[in-house]
Each structure stands twice: as C-alpha cells, then as structure tokens.
Design a protein around this ligand. Structure first.
Ligand code: LLP
Length: 400
C-alpha cells in the first residue's frame, strides 16, 4: 500500500507518484506473453518520458519507441541500447532524421513516400544506409476514442498497402535504404482483440508477398495500444494478444516488436491533489482542488474517466464534480461522482495517471508543473522537482 498522505505531506501537491515495482510486473507480463517467439518490447516513451521511468525499463531489457529526436535522446540517456530504439512519427524534420542516422538506432519508421525520399537523401549525404520500416495503415476500425484511433484511412497515419509495397520495392533497390521492418498501430486504449488480429493478418500477408519477391522483413512491429482498466473495461490479456499475433505469422521468421505505452505505466501512476474548498451553485456541488487540467489533461481533452478517491473519508456521499482552478469550464477531473463531504486539505487520489499524465502537462495559467515521485521497493524518491515560477519565465525577455 502506498501512503499517499505521507507523500503529499513530504512533496506537496499536486503530485505524480509512480509505483516502479508495478511497472516491472507489467513489463514482465508482456515479455512473457511473447516468449514463444523472438520479440522486442519497445516502450512508447511518449506515455511517460521521465528519465527514471525510461531507465527503469531499460534495466528490465526494454527498448524504446520514440516520436521525436528528443525522445531518442532521452532513451539513449536513460540507457536503452541504440539497437533497441526505433523512431516513429508522421513528420520528422531533416535535423531529426540526420541525428537518428548518426545515432545508428535500430530503425526509422516511415509514414510516407515523401518522408522516404528525405531519409534516402540524408542517408546518401551521410554515406549511410538507413534501416527503415514502413507504417502500413490497414484500414481497420480499432473501436476506441476517435482522437486515439489511428488505423483508418481517414487518419493521417501510415500508407495504404499498395503504396507500402511500392515503397518496399523502391527501398530495396536503393543503396541508402535497407527495408528491414514493417509497422502498424491501429489505435490506443484497445480493448478488443479482433481488430488487432485482423490488422496483423493483413500486414503479415503483405510480408509474405514481399518475401515472395525476395524482400525479407525481419521486424514485425505491431505498435502499441493495449488498453488498461480505468473504470470497468474488459481488457485484452497479454497472452491472448500475443497468441492472436502469432496466429497470423505462419511461414515467417520475424522478430515481433511491440510498442506499449499505457499498458506499461498507466495503472502504475497516481495523481495527488488537495481540496481547496467546496461550493454549491444552485444545487450543483463542486469540489475545487489544487490540481488542474494543465497538470492532467485527459479528462478535459478526451472526457476520459479516471477513478478518484478522497483518502480516508467516508460518509454521506452526494454527487459532485472535482474541478481545478484553471479558468476553463473544461477544467475537471471527474463529473457527477458520489463523494463524501470534503474539507480544506483533504487529499484526492486520481488513479491511472501514469500514462499521458505528466507528459501532457503544460504551464497554462502560469502554473508550475507538478513534481514526480517514484516508489521503488517501498521507498520514495523524487524523480522530477516541482517547477518554480522562475523556471517558467527563465526563457522570456521583456523587450521594452
Ligand atoms: N506506437 C505508436 C505508433 C503510437 O502512436 C502510440 C500512441 C503508441 C505506440 C503507444 O500507444 P499505447 O500503448 O500507449 O496505447 N494521449 C492519448 C494517447 C495517445 C496515443 C498516441 N499514440 C491518451 O491520453 O489517451
């Protein structure tokens, strides 16, 4: 049990807390599920890019899936070996491509022919052969929130099957491109297996057809997306997930790459915030806390559900919204939840805040971002200090 009150007293609120032992369990569960084949778990750094989190995963043997050169740098700094780092993303700058090639990471995931041309030109300039993989958009509805759904043609991600094949043939004939991998990622917070199996089958067919023309794909990247329980969702068992993918790979000797973010850290993180006061507007009850949408954006942006709890309080529950001090009506953590009466300084825990929490925080309303704390074997450690007002203004100048 994590002593949330002691942590709030020691580090103040709002605060992020991560249970590293839980992260270890998540990693091992997934790695074990894939044990029947060659696999590389490449943690999606975007979910929680704190250096300590990434280095903890590095220690477990994880690779990294990065979407900017900044994330690649973090991964290298955190000790992820370069041959376990992949660089994805729909728009990479020339300088990012150049640096990734200089760093000699495992591969760059490409999402368009235009991008492939840039990578080829930059690799030629550097006298290198770029290891690439192509993101295929299998046109599958992942049945998740439209903002985090990526595998339909109407989304900006990847290329269609025909374009992918053309790109592989081109890359295979290029001196500066080595097409070693294939990639798909149909969405995030997936709770149904069937769309994943379908997507995997479509992409595996393409790999077999490439094999028939002597283009050997070594890495089969199934993206991330495994959902977690926020409320009462039925989620996909890692074992069944792996088996579904295996079932599509007959005749292929590939290393499976999996890029989980949320699964690895989502339920290992907690957001702590204290009650400032309560108010009632024409019968509508609000609990106003010191954390806000700038600290944890998911409820405001996706109307996402996060379980909340007022620590150590019970009694006459009534419906209330938990809201922050930011001047937006969309600034809330929970809506119409049954909550006990609260008073100044009561502690509220927002659950499932380990993924896409701190990383999506901003300084809106000139609010310093929260501190982050790791719990390792029952001991707490600050892994990112709370920002100060001075941090927020240090890059600004008053020109007049
Ligand atoms: N690989 C690719 C290519 C991705 O685009 C993503 C997530 C992942 C892996 C990791 O997905 P995960 O395993 O975490 O589902 N901010 C949103 C989620 C955006 C996900 C973007 N891509 C949220 O808070 O729900």
């Amino acid at each position: 049990m994590i002593d949330f009150r002691a942590l709030a007293d020691k580090y103040d609120t709002p605060l992020y807390v991560y249970d590293f032992n839980h992260i270890t369990e998540q990693y091992q569960k997934l790695k074990k599920a894939f044990s029947g084949r060659k696999s590389l778990i490449s943690y999606a750094v975007k979910a929680n890019s704190n250096l300590s989190v990434v280095s903890h995963l590095a220690g477990l043997g994880s690779g990294a899936d990065c979407v900017s050169i900044g994330e690649v740098k973090r991964a290298l700094m955190a000790g992820i070996p370069k041959y376990q780092i992949i660089f994805s993303g729909v728009g990479k700058g020339d300088d990012e491509i150049e640096e990734a090639l200089e760093d000699d990471i495992l591969l760059l995931n490409l999402e368009s022919e235009a991008e492939m041309e840039r990578v080829e030109a930059i690799a030629a300039k550097l006298g290198k052969e770029a290891r690439i993989s192509i993101r295929v958009n299998p046109n599958i509805d992942p049945k998740t929130h439209p903002y985090i759904s990526t595998g339909l043609h109407e989304n900006k991600f990847g290329v269609d099957l025909e374009t992918a094949k053309r790109m592989y043939i081109y890359a295979n004939n290029s001196k500066h491109l080595d097409p070693v991998g294939i990639h798909f990622h149909i969405g995030s917070q997936l709770t149904e297996l069937e769309p994943i199996r379908e997507a995997s089958a479509i992409v595996a067919d393409l790999v077999r057809s490439l094999k028939a023309i002597k283009i050997e794909i070594k890495f089969f990247d199934v993206g991330g997306g495994l959902g977690i329980v926020y409320d009462n969702e039925t989620t996909i068992e890692p074992y069944e997930y792996a088996q579904a993918i295996f079932s599509t790979l007959y005749g292929l000797d590939v290393t499976i790459i999996c890029e989980p973010g949320r699964f690895m850290v989502g339920n290992c993180g907690y957001f702590l915030t204290r009650v400032l006061y309560e108010k009632v507007n024409e019968g509508k009850r609000f609990v106003i806390v010191d954390g806000a949408m700038n600290d944890l954006l998911r409820p405001s942006l996706y109307n996402a559900y996060h379980k909340v709890e007022v620590v150590g309080k019970a009694g006459d529950e009534s419906e209330a919204d938990i809201v922050g001090p930011v001047c937006e009506s969309g600034d809330f953590f929970a809506k119409n939840r049954l909550l006990p009466p609260t008073e100044h300084n009561d502690l509220v825990v927002v659950y499932s805040a380990g993924a896409y929490g701190f990383v999506m925080a901003s300084n809106y309303n000139t609010r310093p971002r929260p501190a982050e704390v790791a719990i390792v074997d029952g001991k707490d450690r600050c892994i990112r200090q709370r920002e100060t007002f001075e941090d927020l203004i240090k890059l600004e100048t008053m020109c007049l």
